[in-house]
Design a protein. Sequence first.
Length: 271
Amino acid sequence: MITRARLFVTLEGYAVEGGFDRAGQPMTCYAPTIGLGRHVGPGAADDLWRLYETVLDFVPELGFAGVRLTVEWARVEPRQGEYDEEALRRYRDVVRYARSLGLDVTIALVDAVWPSWLGQEAWLMPWVVPHVLAHARRLVETFSDDVTGVVAFTQPQELVTRGFLAGTAPPWRRGAFTDAGFANAQIEGLVSALGVDDTVGPRLVRSSAVTSLDCAPEDLVETRRSLEVDEIYVRSLLRGSGPTRTSAGLLALHGNEWRVNAPEELLSALR
């Protein structure tokens, strides 16, 4: 029997929070090319680092069961071995606020960016593996009483294809098929290791899918009905800014006020 998958909306931290890749701010794998002027960083973005609660208030009425929140690694461990407890407290406050609204919260451990100290070639380097495992355990222990699920990598295939085959993301390789294979194997190995980890494994979401707001409403309904997964992540609540922004967002800023920015047909499909 196929059960109706639960819908979560995503919040892509790097693209919406603001406060990355500028002097005195947490630096990510995008910092070198932003510094060289090859593309524009997220800048102040939507300033959600201060204002997460403002947009979370919209989520229940949009029809979602919960949110998938990226806890940005570069923010909570901006330098190797140095942990920002204030940042962790802020994320914990956001999670608890979402829970107070009746929402479930799945946290994402690694999204499209990672701390600059891991290097551009992070997914090829064996020395990175224990750092990923330690990061995952730290976050799960920090949020264990509040989050309802954990996703290890939000877009593992995109990390490989964009970074090593298309050359559109760090480490900016094009056609590096051999290294793409090695990177893919390392990421798969990390997911497997986390799955059997005593701390992280019990919280991992075992089956999920991602869909875009660009899909037709009827396709969203069919996806939700037919896929045998626990959670479907709709990207994204906000479009965001910078190199990892999404193509569309359910909310848009009009002056100083957030408003729903989606056709009624799509909203009906979400509900």
